[in-house]
Write a protein that binds this ligand. Structure first.
Ligand SMILES: *[C@@H]1O[C@H](CO)[C@@H](O)[C@H](O)[C@H]1NC(C)=O
Length: 275
């Protein structure tokens, strides 16, 4: 091939080269984190399975860390760390709740101030005085930080613990589910969404049944084995597909490929909240 041919080839290659893929950043706890928090027992977090739904179009940056709550992830500067690498056009998924409960009377550094608004609680943790905010306040502060970096934000409800532990799969509704939804609603930004991950996970687990589900919680009722981590990722992707995000449209899985399986149907949501 002559010089012109080479030039043409280079020009064609440049035109065909995909733009740098955007990144999906994941902020959460062990149920999302690499390794799944099993400490010796083989577990995995669902964030590790998300990449299969996006191929090379997106890079998944799994910044979830075991043992964290919305509060401790904030206090340790983890949201800031993620914000420092966010590029405009990226997505950030925030999902906490497993470590946010408990009582501040015996502060473990993770418990949030109770309430659904701008209540605050004073505590001393590890010898340091700290003003503790509510779960939705931490969610909203994180979302605002990521919006300021040009990202779109998805505020998830947390996955459930094993709802089939008793041998029957039961419903699981907790205040954090509502708070995650309400935080997204109150922000009222076209770039903030809510995925009711808990509800989609519960639906999938009920359809799978207790034998399959129980066999895939190898450690305790919180930390998922690889199979259940994959199920949690799939239930999030179905929640995305059933919503209106561009990210949901970009997911490789068709809605039908998910709804025709144990993942089940789209779950109607309150229309005042972007999902
Ligand atoms: C989604 O699609 C990807 C790519 O085909 C596949 O690897 C993954 O298992 C699918 N996820 C679900 C939940 O079906």
């Amino acid at each position: 091939m002559g010089l012109n041919g080479n030039r043409l080839l280079l020009a064609l290659l440049a035109a065909a080269a995909p733009a740098t893929p955007a990144t999906i950043h994941l902020c959460g706890d062990s149920t999302m984190a690499k390794g799944g928090g099993g400490s010796g027992i083989p577990t995995e977090g669902w964030g590790e399975y998300l990449k299969y739904s996006f191929g090379s179009d997106f890079t998944v940056h799994n910044a979830a860390i075991g043992g964290r709550s919305a509060r401790s992830y904030t206090r340790e500067g983890r949201f800031t760390d993620v914000a420092n690498v966010v590029q405009p056009g990226d997505w950030v998924v925030v999902e906490f709740g497993h470590n946010d409960g408990g009582s501040l009377a015996n502060d473990n550094g993770r418990t949030d101030c109770s309430g659904g608004g701008d209540e605050t609680c004073e505590t001393t943790y590890n010898g340091v005085k700290e003003t503790v905010l509510t779960y939705p306040a931490y969610y909203k502060n994180a979302a605002k930080l990521f919006l300021s970096k040009g990202a779109k934000v998805i505020l998830n409800s947390p996955t459930p613990n094993n709802i089939c532990e008793s041998g029957t799969c039961v419903d699981d509704v907790a205040r954090f589910d509502y708070y995650a939804w309400n935080a997204a609603a109150e922000l009222a930004s076209p770039d903030v969404y809510h995925v009711p991950h808990k509800q989609y996970a519960v639906q999938a687990m009920k359809n799978l049944g207790p034998a399959k589900v129980n066999a895939n919680y190898p450690k305790d009722h919180t930390h998922t084995g690889a199979y259940m981590a994959d199920v949690m990722a799939g239930s999030f992707v179905l929640g995305l597909k059933c919503g209106t995000t561009a990210l949901g449209k970009a997911a490789k899985n068709s809605t039908e490929s998910l709804t025709s399986t144990f993942y089940g149907a789209c779950i109607p949501q309150n229309s005042t909240v972007p999902i």
